[in-house]
Design a protein around this ligand. Sequence first.
Ligand code: HEC
Length: 463
Amino acid sequence: MKLLRSIANWLEDRTGLWQMIRPMLLHPVPPKTGWSYIFGSATLLAFMIQVVTGIALATIYIPSSGQAYQSLQYITEQAPFGHFLRGAHFFGASAMVLLVGLHAIRIFLTGSYKFPREMNWISGTILLFATLGMGFTGQILRWDQNALWSLVVGAEQAGRTPLIGSQIGHFLLGGPNVGADTLSRFFALHVFVLPGLLLMVVGLHLYLVLRNGISEPPERNRPVDPASYRQWYQELLSNSGEPFWPAAVWRDAVFGVLVIIAIISLAFAVGPPDIGVPPDPSLLHAQPRPDWYFMWYFAVLALLPHGLENYVILLAPLLGFLVLLLLPLVANSGDRHPLNRPWALCSLLLILSAMGALWLAGLQADWSPDFNAKPLSATVIGTSSGPVARGGLAFSKRGCLYCHTISDQGGRRGPNLTTVGNRLTAQQMTIRILNGGYNMPAYGGILKAKDVEDLVAFLQSRQ
Ligand code: HEC
């Protein structure tokens, strides 16, 4: 006991850590902060889980396009605890996105971004977008068919952004196309650049939370006046403030434990998302599906009229970022209670319900290819030998059926081809197959001339 105390004294004498932490723990917080104030600390906890599980995964993962897929398979199937680790990292990511979203919603609803906490909100906006960036780059590291094609579609579309498009596409992919450098680029973003940014900005964010104090729960008709708020807040704290430890921290602790339990149980019970088929650039897969938290945005892109999504894919997030960034600068005083801010309340509800509806549309997405379409049977094809039969088989095998319906079988991303023989000439079909079209991949470099002839013969027989 004596020894422990002298070690502690020595450490304190040489570092002064306790002297620094003590006032943080005991700093007064406004009374009645309650359960809605727990999401910030829970987000931080999820971030720490991501750092720990991420470092563990990075010790085995090989960020090279030749080996990434196999190393991930090894992690999932053989490495000790690998399955669990990937699961925990996936559900940790889901938790972090969800919690950071809830935290931002709470801050917005209670107007906590107003004076003097503008910079808290601005640093928080950077953290929100860095978190989403971590989600996106992390999905790419899976480096399966889905990841590869998310990139081809995403970066290609980003590359069509007016003016700056091609530079951005080049920057994202580490070259003009998806290639060996692309994966290193995303690996660097995911394990060095974005986490470094997150750590720095999290530090700033926490410092600001301590410096400016936690916002008091809003009350109706008690607007923020920058001229007098600070003094008023100090009086509130000295009259009825409670020490952070233990008056407020226990709720954070209870919720934090629940978050950890949820992540661990889901990682064990559900496990990591399947890694899809290995990436194969000759297998076309034109509309990959992202993880759940990007599903709504995926729906936005898919449902927009042709051509518009080139503008939206980069500019919409940029616009969202700027709007959030500027929010506390244009509205830093006045009422904080949501019922006194009908515009804020309505826009939040509108945005959330739009996201919800888009999210559902994304899940059901019949405009995304149906990869479970059963191959066409001989009865549908109508013959079992000759070019028509070969073309019918190729139609299933080459993935045409994922997007096109023939006699009620297949996907609905492209036009129904049941009677295409009446509509198009052989030449028109050949051109379409070789060159692709809007959301149809070009098969020119992939199919042999003979295959194309067979496919056209088959399509000509669809009358
Ligand atoms: C990723 C989805 C997808 C795949 C895979 C796909 N297509 Fe298409 N296809 C489309 C879309 C979308 C269109 C409409 C293109 C447009 O409007 O420009 C289309 C159009 C066509 C048309 C013209 C139909 C018309 O009525 O104008 C033909 C013919 C066709 N595809 C044949 C094929 C064949 C053969 C294959 C396989 C080698 C194939 N498609 C693979 C999505 C796909």
